[in-house]
Design a protein around this ligand. Sequence first.
Ligand code: UGA
Length: 359
Amino acid sequence: MRPERIAVLGAGGFLGSHIAPALVAAGDTEIDAVDVQFDKLGPEHERIHRIRARIDEPAIIDEVVRRCDAVLSLTALCNPALYNTKPLEVIDASYSDLVPLVKACAAHRKRLIHFSTCEVYGRTALDAAGRPMREMNEEETGFFLGPLDRERWTYACAKQLLERVIWAYGRHQGLEFTVIRPFNVIGARMDFIPGVDGEGVPRVLASFIGALLRGDELLLVDGGRPRRSFISAEDFVGAIVAVLKRRDACRGEVLNVGNPSNDISIRELAVALSRAFAARLPGAAPARLRNVAAEEIYGPGYDDTAERIPDIAKARRLLDWEPRMSIAETIPPIVDDYLARYGQPATPIRPAAGMQGGQ
Ligand code: UGA
């Protein structure tokens, strides 16, 4: 039997750089790794074939889809700082550029594993009758987005529409698909450090690590009260490898992939990261936290979700998978990775005396 050939679109990004090597390690697989840059992907591998291309070129998409057995589509502009500042680019990257991919997979009868987002659930978890739910469930939770002037929800809306396109091709045109909704994956190589290998505001992990590396304050929007359920990249990748292997079980399914046990406030994340830095750099100056208005970081049109906890019963059942890494186990290796890649901080830091993990 020839090896399965999997196209990974966005293989050079944070998630792709974890997933592509895991797929070749897990089986007799050939990977077509498509991206515009591969700095995060690590050393060359004989079964990972790098194709430098943009996914908004339909000819490339058609060629890649024809050649492979399955497509993992990971490309996105998934940084909230862009949703209200570059909404048109966000819509193209999350929707317009990917419709041709969905059509190509349907036309050529190729399996599509599409990475959507937990953001589709929106501001808060509500059931069909508008009653609050604790966890976000694939079949029971509605999509509650904000009004148009809260451009934060541009991304969620574009991602939701692509999910509906995929669903419709599955139902009416025989497309074999699985949609993954990742819930706040954190790990090595996430995003960028502003002023070093990118500009703007990265997601919260890289924002805080960037501040710690510079000796700046860690900025807490809404007092750091919003909560997220963070999952380690390692646990996340375990689920994705299982999706690839369990083809029949995952056909036509939408799956939350996250870790409900790691539901913490952003303030607690700031404290945990500060402590992990201090453990690596004993004797350093205290890390400082500062409350800011969301507008100070994101400008007008930002909005947020107070809490985002995944219901992962379906992923457990279909994948025979369980996320295992706690926040305490997840963070130190991430800090090591950032220190190794970006060097020691200019102004050393340590947590402030008496600093508590907050709400
Ligand atoms: C983002 C994306 O929109 C999702 O699609 C994606 O699934 C998710 O990240 C992810 O990482 O998986 P969000 O969790 O809101 O969603 O992104 P972050 O930028 O990491 O923000 C998390 C929280 O931290 C927000 O409440 C934000 O206001 C806060 N934050 C961020 C701060 O308090 N300070 C900062 O410096 C940055």
